[in-house]
Design a protein around this ligand. Structure first.
Ligand code: ZN
Length: 132
C-alpha cells in the first residue's frame, strides 16, 4: 500500500488519509510551482498569491498575458480541505479554467500536473508540487 511519512512523528499513513492518523499533521506539499506551457518559465510559491496580467507578463513572459485581467486568480492553502486551491476573481474578462473547466467560485483543488488557463486554452500554466 502506498503511504506517506509524517514529518512530525514518522507515522506511515495511507495516501488516502490527508492528515496524519496520530498527530493530524496535514500532508500538503510546501511549494507550488507554476510553469508557463508556452515559455517554460517557472515561479515558485510557498504563500498564498494573487496572479494577473503583470505577473504573467513579467515572470512568465507569456504572450497570452494580454488575455488576462489585472487580478485573474489566486492560489491559497485551504487548511480545511488540506489542499492548495485556485480561486477565480470576480469580473474577469475571460474566465479562469482548470484542466479546461471553469473554476468553482469556492476554489478548485490543485493536483500535480494540472493546467490552469485563461479561457480554455490561453495562458496555460502547469502545476507542480515540491515537498521542500
Ligand atoms: Zn504525525
Amino acid at each position: 500500500m502506498a503511504t506517506w511519512t509524517c514529518p512530525q512523528d514518522g507515522t506511515e499513513n495511507p495516501l488516502a488519509e490527508k492528515r496524519c492518523l496520530v498527530c493530524r499533521h496535514p500532508n500538503m506539499p510546501r511549494i507550488v510551482v507554476l510553469q508557463s506551457v508556452a515559455t517554460r518559465k517557472e515561479a515558485e510559491f510557498t504563500e498564498p498569491v494573487k496572479l494577473g496580467k503583470a505577473v504573467f507578463t513579467h515572470r512568465f513572459a507569456d504572450p497570452d498575458a494580454r488575455f488576462a485581467s489585472d487580478l485573474q486568480f489566486e492560489i491559497v492553502r485551504d487548511d480545511e480541505r488540506v489542499a492548495w486551491v485556485v480561486r477565480p476573481f470576480a469580473g474577469c474578462v475571460n474566465p479562469t479554467c482548470y484542466d479546461g473547466k471553469p473554476l468553482e467560485a469556492s476554489g478548485t483543488e490543485l493536483v500535480d500536473g494540472g493546467i490552469i488557463s485563461v479561457s480554455k486554452s490561453k495562458m496555460k500554466l502547469k502545476v507542480r508540487f515540491k515537498k521542500n
